[in-house]
Design a protein around this ligand. Sequence first.
Ligand SMILES: [Zn+2]
Ligand SMILES: [Zn+2]
Length: 261
Amino acid sequence: MATPPSVPGSLPLLKRLGLGVLDAVMPPHCLTCEEAVEVQGTLCAACFRGLHRITAPMCPRCGVPFLHGGQGGPGGLCPGCLDHPPRYDTARAALRYDAASQRLILPFKHADRPELAGPLAAHMARAGAALLARCDLVAPVPLHWRRLFSRRYNQAALLAQRLARAAHRPCIPDLLARRRPTPPLGELGAAARAALVADAFAIRPRAISRLRGRRVLLVDDVMTSGATADACARALLEAGAAAVDVLAAARVPDPRLQQEA
Ligand SMILES: [Zn+2]
Ligand SMILES: [Zn+2]
């Protein structure tokens, strides 16, 4: 059968009409509020402006935000990094973990909204551009299988896959495994967190050959004290990784650094 002659402009017109019909049924609205937006899957201007991106000044090592540049100690480091130098090289996070970013992150973690990975990964790609550029492979912080079962997806793995694709790097979603479920770390102090997760992670034996001598970018959704990232970094380095960097969607600020000294 001969292909029908194309009518110039007809396809875009039909697409526009089709989209117009869809929009009339479900006009695109902001990912985190009811405000109308031009493009489905985006934030409205107010929600976008409300997000607090983490920018300098910050700890050069763990990326925790400073109120002012004078908060860094020797080497510009934060108290946490001076007390317990992390095993990873550099960590960065895109957003402050606050009421605004929670409107993206909590539904992403708990309410089956995997499409929120897109805007979160876009912020992370900007904050972690240097880390993405120097990594050999990308891997997420794992969920214990029981939690994976109840949540249906590992949100860190969704972020890792998007970031790896954008940076043209391999992603190994199951590089790390949790040996045992860890309780929510909630309000625990740094030392208690570190003790709880110390040997909670293991490398899958079949992935070890892909890890040796490589620089790994470890991806997580929310970084709190950094204890989880540090425990993962330890497992990766012990299995032969050359170095580990960390990239998170959001970072809980260190309360010690949020008051004017
Ligand atoms: Zn909005
Ligand atoms: Zn630090």
